[in-house]
Design a protein around this ligand. Sequence first.
Ligand code: NAP
Ligand code: ZN
Ligand code: ZN
Length: 347
Amino acid sequence: MIQTNAYATLSATSPLQPLVIQRRDPKPDDVLIEIAYSGICHSDIHTARSEWGPSTYPCVPGHEIVGKVLKVGKRVKRFRKGDLVGVGCMVDSCGKCPSCKTHEQQFCANHTVFTYNSVELDGKSTTLGGYSQHITVKDKYVLKLKKGVPLDRVAPLLCAGITTYSPLKRYKVKKGTKVGVVGLGGLGHMAVKIAKAMGGEVFVFSTSESKQADAKRLGAKHFVLSHNAEQMSKVAGKLDLIINTVSAKHDYSPFLGCLKMDGTMVLVGVPSEPSQVAAISLIFGRKRLTGSLIGGIKETQEMLDFCLKKKIYSDIELISADQINEAYERTIKGQVKYRFVIDAKTF
Ligand code: NAP
Ligand code: ZN
Ligand code: ZN
């Protein structure tokens, strides 16, 4: 076993605090990684606080992990010591079901093992995430990074990047596609950058007037204050696709009203409480309301290659581990610009 420094919550109401945890010695198919940076996703907060149902404690969040390979198991051919790598939201799955066979491990019919707060395939241990200095991961779930990239700004691609890339690609954003992005936070700002890079004309819907200049700088052509009825009415019926990243309960109908006929709104934000949707807001215009969960490992590598080639990185605030609790509060208030990333040396 390898001992490593981490940050954990011990209950739904306690703050994150230092904790020494164990990682397994690399088995033949494993890669031992020295973590350099770990992003803070809003899902970390939902989970640390049991907002989606009871979590297992101690809970070590973190699924936007980048670092360097320290050691590989004897069957590992894809990596060697010193390689720069990433780990996202999943670390294992059955590998045999139709979803796994079509590279959609996030929808494994048997058991997806998520990077934290998930039971390993052995049915016993609970996974502990990236807020730590080391992690041991099966090589098939490790992503390749190239040298010379700003690692801290790459970390958020491992969740915020893939979660927005996947639906933007699935719904075929191309030159001239009118794409709405609801909520300008971690996922939202990556959605803006990636949609723009795919050729989309981007409309940001935000509750924060102060984010207007940033939205434009990030690549949006239009900025709409979502609680301003007059601004919303100007974009009614205009959009092909909306990526909704909002983390809190809100009314979907005003955004459905912004879609064209046959337009699609993809929910990626996961509020802890359900919202009602009026049938009529979908029936008129034959609109679609759907969801999307991260992306498979193959697509995550494709997203990384796409973003690194185009130099699409996250806008981050780099913090030390003792600032995590403050960062959580600022994220909840929608004040992050636009992703907190923790320097793993400080765990
Ligand atoms: P984040 O950085 O906190 O961004 C969320 C944004 O939503 C905020 O910046 C804010 O933007 C807006 N917002 C927050 N509260 C709101 C409210 N009450 N009403 C309206 N807008 C509000 O969070 P994130 O890390 O991007 O994650 C967003 C959500 O996606 C979370 O629920 C997370 O769990 C989920 N998630 C899902 C997946 C997936 O695979 N589906 C993957 C990762 C994360 P404005 O200030 O611009 O309004
Ligand atoms: Zn995430
Ligand atoms: Zn499977």
